[in-house]
Design a protein around this ligand. Structure first.
Ligand SMILES: Nc1ncnc2c1ncn2[C@@H]1O[C@H](COP(=O)(O)OP(=O)(O)OP(=O)(O)O)[C@@H](O)[C@H]1O
Ligand SMILES: [Mg+2]
Length: 541
């Protein structure tokens, strides 16, 4: 009902004239006026339409006002319908009480004062209109409440679904976090940790929850603490991704290397609200990396040392070569040259002289000079490269060399071979061993002052050993230790030759005398032997 909508006013009186007069009085209210001349007619109106006020005569012939009021009130719809009684007779207080008991709301006595009647009816009409409006509003409100309730229920349902989904996701996340090999953590925007997975507590043995905030720092190695902490705080300031490596103490008290990484999570405005990160054990790979680095450094140093030694050696070698050339030139000039010059002079003498006897003498001298020259050419060429080595092998070449040395120097020499039927070793290894023995014996001759020298060759299961011993004055400690400043090209070359075959050179002072030992491992030796089997005379393929 709207604010200006008309309401129905029912006037009940058995006298039409009275009804007419009420109609006139109430007309100016502008409401709908309904008339009934009997109680029955009045009830019919009431059942058909909504009535705001019933104006009724107390005394009517068939159904008096009180009885009608009784009937009206019995009906639930009319419980609150306003009833105004009009009474021509004086009503006692008892009568009025009777009326109120039956639901009357007001009385008007005759003669009716028009203004009073209008005022009373108007108030009830207005009251009814307001009540109706209130009802409409209430209905609308209820509808709206019902709509809202529906919507809230729908939302609650959706929320419940989301909650279930979230719980499932949380379970999945828990499973991932608890099975992950890494430590997983989150940090607040200010950098304090607010979650660390169980992996951390398993590793450190700390009490659960104690690592939150900055408690985890207690387990970081004091040497790494300052560095990783200040780097972390810088990232919190700048919002850059965080990565750092530090050592963390385990429950056994040992430190292991970890790599921590964290990324910021931002809100819609780009403000950091949280950090998430992992902490992985990189100890083993870190150690491996370190040992690779160390080995590389060692290797570099070794290569440098070797390169320097080779440089020194090649320098000395060039000088040696020059010396050797000079010596050969001198030998050729002073020995071979002199002998040939003498032979030439003798031959020239033969051509000039006529006496047969003197010719014969000169020819004999010339022949001897030529013999000596031939001998010198042989010695020279043997020293440059012992031809016997190629033809009859290491042992025969050594015997020939030792004989020559004894003859030239007076040093007594001996050669012992074990086993006696010594195998061929291949051209390269045999040459190397020959040169090593030659150099060692040259040193004996030049430096030791020895009377005797012993050479042995032993072929045992997994290696071959060569020794050269003398009874001379022995060697100084720096030489025995192969100190680079103390050994010359001779020992340097011996050592180099041994290494080329995976072997090793050792010098020791025997008091009296010096022992030179060279050991070549079986593998290299076997390889050389394999070559030798294809080539019985030991020449390289
Ligand atoms: N059998 C030995 N008895 C005593 N001293 C020796 C013996 N062998 C070597 N030495 C000492 O070791 C030093 C180094 O020997 P090495 O053969 O390396 O050089 P070198 O003989 O002096 O010169 P080169 O380079 O011409 O051989 C010798 O100078 C010598 O003092
Ligand atoms: Mg020498």
């Amino acid at each position: 009902m709207k604010a200006n909508e008309k309401v129905n006013i029912l006037m009940v009186d058995d006298q039409p004239a009275k009804l007419l007069s009420y109609e006139v009085i109430l007309a100016e209210l502008g409401e709908n006026l309904l008339k009934a001349t009997s109680g029955t007619e009045a009830l019919e109106h009431l059942l058909k339409t909504d009535v705001a006020v019933v104006l009724m005569d107390v005394s009517m012939p068939d159904l008096d006002g009180f009885e009608l009021a009784d009937l009206i009130r019995q009906h639930p719809r009319f419980q609150r319908t306003a009833i105004i009684f009009i009474s021509a007779v004086y009503l006692t207080d008892l009568d009025r009480l009777k009326g109120y008991e039956r639901g009357a709301v007001d009385y008007i006595s005759v003669p009716v004062v028009p203004e009073l009647l209008r005022a009373k009816v108007s108030i009830f009409a207005e009251l009814h209109r307001k009540a109706k409006q209130l009802e409409t509003l209430n209905r609308e409100l209820e509808e709206r409440v019902a709509e809202r309730t529906d919507e809230l229920e729908r939302r609650a349902e959706a929320l419940q679904k989301l909650n279930n989904e979230l719980a499932r996701k949380n379970q999945e996340l828990d499973a991932i976090v608890s099975t992950a090999p890494d430590i997983i953590f989150s940090r607040q925007a200010d950098g304090a940790r607010d979650y660390i997975s169980d992996r951390f507590y398993e590793y450190t043995g700390a009490v659960t929850g104690s690592a939150n905030g900055f408690g985890w720092l207690d387990f970081v190695n004091p040497e790494d603490r300052e560095r990783s902490m200040s780097h972390w705080l810088r990232c919190v300031q700048s919002g850059d991704n965080y990565e750092s490596e530090y050592r963390m103490r385990g429950k056994d008290g040992e430190y292991r290397w970890f790599r921590a990484r964290a990324v910021p999570i931002r809100d819609f405005e780009g403000k950091i609200i949280k950090w998430y990160g992992t902490c992985s054990d990189i100890h083993d790979s870190k150690l491996l990396e370190q040992s690779i680095r160390d080995s590389a450094t060692q290797l570099e140093k070794l290569v440098d040392d070797r390169t320097a030694a080779l440089r020194r050696l090649s320098g000395r070698l060039l000088t040696m070569q020059d010396d050797e050339r000079r010596r050969i030139a001198r030998e050729l000039h002073d020995g071979l040259g002199q002998e040939l010059a003498a032979a030439k002079m003798m031959m020239d003498g033969i051509l000039e002289k006529k006496s047969a006897q003197s010719n014969r003498r000169a020819a004999m001298d010339a022949s001897e000079a030529i013999d000596r020259a031939i001998q010198q050419v042989r010695s020279l060429s043997h020293l440059l490269h012992p031809p016997l080595l190629d033809e009859v092998g290491l042992l025969s070449a050594l015997r020939w060399y030792l004989d020559g040395l004894t003859r030239r120097s007076g040093i007594e020499t001996s050669l012992q071979v074990q086993p006696p039927e010594f195998p061929r070793l291949g051209a390269e290894l045999e040459t190397a061993i020959f040169r090593i023995i030659q150099e060692a014996l040259t040193n004996v001759y030049r430096h030791s002052g020895a009377q005797k020298a012993w050479v042995t060759l032993t072929h045992r299961e997994n290696r071959m050993v060569v020794t050269i011993r003398d009874d001379g004055k022995g060697i100084e400690a720096p030489v025995a230790e192969l100190h680079p400043g103390s050994v010359g090209i001779g020992i340097g070359g011996m050592s180099q030759r041994a290494k080329e075959f995976g072997g090793e050179l050792r010098l020791s002072n025997l008091v009296p005398g010096t022992l030179v030992e060279v050991a070549v491992p079986f593998l290299t030796f076997a390889k050389e032997k394999a070559h030798a089997r294809f080539d019985p005379v030991g020449n390289p393929a």
